[in-house]
Write a protein that binds this ligand. Structure first.
Ligand code: AMP
Length: 281
């Protein structure tokens, strides 16, 4: 497995792979790898010859009061598990390599980045779409794999790829969960033992909602109420939003239909957890 730290070396190496006709799959991450990230590697391996994983804690997607400095990092661990899982190349640039100063150019997917997480994190998706555009230009992958865990992010990236004609196929892989239902996330390490114990209430509430819809209840406000009541049962949970939205526009819907999904953000102490579920397949 190659570990590459500069754009120049990355381009050189990829040129060699392409000469032999190999296709390239990209898995963008911020590292501190868990099984959710590694499931994306499996998906990339199924769909391309060479798997490139980027590990970059992208400063432009963090707000000023967010956790950029304390975001968990462990490159040695990441390198080991990525290799074991069959990653061919890790792209591990530093901030100066990705954002040499002065830096002025950003990519924005307008409406979609202002709702849901965009309300409390107004610059977040601008940072995501910018860094992903840069990675697409650096790696020029045939396919790129993202997780359904960050549903809004994958919808925005699909839109950006469509709108800006990036020649890459986007694959979205299912959410990987802990055995008690908590969606895996690098940020779960921030949870205190008590918060960790209560956090699966989110999955419980989403499942309950899905069953309620399967029983024929299709009014979004009633489903939101059910989810809110269940999550409020956990004393440490502070709900930021619970929204039932269209997968195309991320606009709120009144009536649940095929593909409609619920997205939630819940704070446990200082840890912000997000999750989502398609309510009608
Ligand atoms: P991150 O390192 O948090 O930026 O995540 C990198 C990629 O892994 C994103 O496409 C995420 O959606 C995906 N991902 C993170 N957690 C999970 C999970 N539990 N299941 C599936 N994909 C995930």
């Amino acid at each position: 497995m190659h570990v590459i730290r500069t754009i120049k070396e990355m381009r050189c190496l990829l040129k060699e792979f392409r000469k032999t006709g190999k296709t390239v799959g990209l898995v963008p991450t911020m590292g501190y790898l868990h099984e959710g990230h590694l499931s994306l590697v499996d998906e990339a391996k199924k769909n391309s010859d060479i798997v490139v994983m980027s590990i970059f804690v992208n400063p432009t997607q963090f707000g000023t009061n967010e956790d950029l400095d304390k975001y968990p990092r462990d490159f040695e661990h990441d390198e080991r598990v990525a290799k074991e899982r069959g990653v061919d190349v890790i792209f591990y640039p530093d901030v100066a390599e990705m954002y040499p100063q002065p830096y002025f150019t950003y990519v924005v997917t307008e409406q979609l980045s202002k709702v849901l997480c965009g309300v409390t994190r107004p610059m977040h998706f601008r940072g995501v779409t910018t860094v992903i555009s840069k990675l697409f230009n650096i790696v020029q992958p045939d396919v790129a794999v993202f997780g359904q865990k960050d549903a809004q992010q994958s919808i925005i990236i699909r839109r950006m790829v469509e709108d800006l004609n990036f020649p890459v196929k986007i694959i979205v892989a299912p959410i990987v969960r802990e055995s008690d239902g908590l969606a895996m996330s690098s940020r779960n390490v921030y949870l205190s033992p008590e918060e960790r114990q209560q956090a699966p209430v989110i999955f419980k509430a989403l499942n309950q909602a899905k069953r309620f819809v399967a029983e024929g209840n299709r009014k979004a406000d009633e489903v939101v109420k059910l989810i809110r009541d269940t999550i409020r049962g956990a004393s440490l949970a502070e709900i930021e939003y619970i929204e039932i939205v269209s997968p195309l526009t991320l606009e709120k819907v009144e009536t649940i239909d095929t593909g409609t999904f619920v997205a939630v953000a819940v704070n446990f102490g200082k840890t912000r957890l997000i999750d989502n579920m398609i309510l009608m397949d």
